[in-house]
Design a protein around this ligand. Structure first.
Ligand code: B12
Ligand code: SF4
Ligand code: SF4
Length: 314
């Protein structure tokens, strides 16, 4: 039997290094939109006003890409180790930022996938590629495309890789064959992530960014309040605690084949004091093409100083 275009797209995606791929129809998201609105009304976004600013597009993808008919949702395994592996020599830094910036790696693959689809289906096919920064509810689309479910830590979990996957999308003006959504919630009665979060940022299926170490070390600008600083413990950039305790990760995590996600040498060897003696040029050189640049040199130094204070206090 001749393979359908949807099957060909999935095969191409796997060749390009995506472990998970599914396709769903581009529709409005009224129920998820209401949840998102409640979340915003509660102030859970902290200073991330950009989430609110493009709300209309987030809850209706056709406002973001008029003509959208299909969403190809893709997941790329980035797991290269946990904080127990002590890959970072002198503090904790979340696994997602050990290697090269996923925005660059995933986007390049998405562009190649989009180009191959157009070669296969014709130039009349129009689309866009997204990873992280677009006004798109990526976890919702991944669930709808059958990749997995949103766990109580709010990340998208798959049965076969846990939650250590970056998500991306190719949105097309073309009708494709759609996959059934992932309709189970396999968290069951587990509460491990909610209980392990050291700052109490999680309640079931919702995250209060203002309390989240990941938010504080990456998105928050300016100084920390004393309680915020203390809460970071020894996490200098991002936080993996809620993912590390998840039984689905413990059981199904597997090393990523993607060389770009492996840790930079400097992270495995240098001490906190060495990092603190760096200037802006060192920071820019060491974190060239790294997601860590998001927090800027000033944020990085602020985070290092906080971890140092916590160490002294202990
Ligand atoms: C903003 C953002 C953050 C914020 C807020 C996180 C969050 N949970 O929303 C901060 C800075 C904290 C953050 C941290 C991290 N992030 Co982030 N982040 C995003 C971003 C850009 C938008 C997410 C968003 O729209 N949040 C808004 C809230 C409302 O969405 P939500 O949690 O999904 O909310 C739903 C639930 O609350 C749910 N819900 C269910 N029941 C109920 C009931 C009620 C009453 C309510 C109100 C809601 C509700 O409804 C809401 C809407 O669907 C996405 C990329 C994207 N464009 O989607 C990446 C993304 C989610 N992040 C990602 C990653 C990797 C991380 C970190 C692991 C990085 C790290 N190690 O530090 C942490 C994880 C922290 C955590 N436990 O979630 C990945 C997750 C991949 C995956 N497998 O799920 C994404 C998809 C980026 C990517 N392209 O790969 N992130
Ligand atoms: S990333 Fe860390 S601080 Fe944020 S919810 Fe998970 S465990 Fe809590
Ligand atoms: S730790 Fe438990 S409750 Fe949290 S996401 Fe994983 S399975 Fe769900």
């Amino acid at each position: 039997m001749k393979a359908s275009l949807s099957d060909k797209i999935k095969a191409l995606a796997r060749e390009l290094g995506f472990q998970k791929v599914g396709i769903t129809a581009a529709t409005g998201l009224p129920a998820e939109g209401r949840n998102l609105q409640t979340w915003l009304d509660r102030g859970n976004h902290g200073e991330m006003h950009w989430i609110k600013n493009r709300l209309t597009e987030r809850v209706d993808i056709r406002k973001y890409f008029p003509g959208a008919r299909s969403i190809i949702s893709l997941g790329m395994n980035y797991f290269t180790g946990t904080s127990d592996d002590r890959v970072t020599a002198d503090f904790n830094l979340s696994n997602y930022a050990w290697g090269d910036d996923y925005h660059l790696i995933v986007k390049e693959r998405l562009r190649r996938l989009y180009a191959s689809i157009r070669q296969e289906a014709g130039e009349a096919v129009k689309g866009i590629v997204c990873v992280d920064t677009s006004p798109v509810l990526e976890k919702v689309w991944a669930q709808r495309a059958g990749l997995g479910w949103q766990g109580k830590h709010t990340n998208l979990i798959t049965r076969d890789y846990g939650s250590w996957l970056f998500l991306g999308e190719v949105i097309l003006n073309l009708k494709l064959d759609y996959d059934p959504p992932f309709s189970e919630d396999l968290c069951g009665t587990c509460q491990a992530c909610v209980e392990a979060c050291p700052t109490g940022a999680l309640s079931d299926y919702q995250l209060d960014s203002r309390k989240c170490i990941s938010y504080l070390t990456i998105e928050h600008r300016g100084e920390f309040l004393p309680e915020q600083e203390q809460g970071l413990n020894d996490w200098v950039y991002g936080c993996d605690i809620c993912q590390q305790v998840c039984p689905w990760n413990i059981k199904f995590q597997q090393p990523s084949p993607e060389a770009g996600f492996r840790s930079r040498n400097e992270l495995t060897t240098r001490t906190l004091e060495e990092w603190q003696s760096d200037d802006q040029n060192d920071f820019s050189r060491i974190f060239r093409k790294s997601a860590v640049k998001r927090t800027k040199f000033s944020g990085w130094q602020r985070n290092l100083a906080a971890v140092k204070t916590n160490r002294h206090d202990q």
